[in-house]
Design a binder for this molecule. Sequence first.
Ligand SMILES: C[S@@+](CC[C@H](N)C(=O)[O-])C[C@H]1O[C@@H](n2cnc3c(N)ncnc32)[C@H](O)[C@@H]1O
Length: 277
Amino acid sequence: MRHATGEQTPGTSGYDAELRRHNDVLRQAVGVQLHDHVLDIGCGAGQTTRQAARTARAGSALGIDVSAPAIERAREPARTEGLRNVTFEHADAQVHRFPQERFDLAISRFGTMFFDDPVAAFANIGRALRPAGRLVMMVWQAHERNEWDVAIRQSLQAVVGPVAAACDGPDPFSLADPPTVKGILHAAGFAGVAFTDVHESVHYGPDVAAALDRIRGFTCTSEVLKRLEPADAARAVERLRVALAAHLSDDGVRFDSRAWIVTAHRHREGTQPHPRS
Ligand SMILES: C[S@@+](CC[C@H](N)C(=O)[O-])C[C@H]1O[C@@H](n2cnc3c(N)ncnc32)[C@H](O)[C@@H]1O
């Protein structure tokens, strides 16, 4: 993963705190019902899966993630809470053989932007949905609309120049462009694709030190810092500290951000243009 808020330990309490406002908006949009069977794609440590399970008391929630450590982390709080209708599986959403037409709803909080072949991946997810089953996912809008990403990049670039080489990998902004996303979802057998603008801030911590700790854990940031000579690394960290301090308010360190909630439903006739090989 190139870089994204919370990418180092997605779903940990830091990540959940960072996205608290986004989460409230997403939860409203998802609108889980009592009997729903919910699939959470790229569930990380499972906050959204547990939320779904609490509402779908007569249904179920399955969280899947390609990261085994994330799935391990997800299981513990669900066990502690005594949730009996939630399960977690270590699986790649692109190719996992989900039970066909099992789920009423596929959800994701920033877990669907990293597919190698998004059409095949969403077609695979679509097959797991019952006909007319819904997809509700939150994805980042473009990099330049996300102050957190702009600020981090600018701070690092001031010391090292372009940071792209150190931040190669799946792009957290890959689903930022609505026409592109519409094309992907239509090709994958979804219809009724709609976008809701989510304009909320991300929260990096109660103070600059905590926020710096958090940002230094992002893959891109830590990769860049690792490659620098100690003196340059110290300068880059100082740049980051200054950027964070400029965003400190009574409420902690906050950056503006823009996301989409993308909603769609599986074609009733179950169009599946990318059959599993
Ligand atoms: C930014 S994190 C979001 C985690 C979680 N949805 C949350 O909000 O706490 C993205 C997650 O997607 C997972 N992921 C990426 N590609 C995936 C794939 N092909 N199948 C399943 N999970 C994937 C990553 O391992 C990571 O946990």
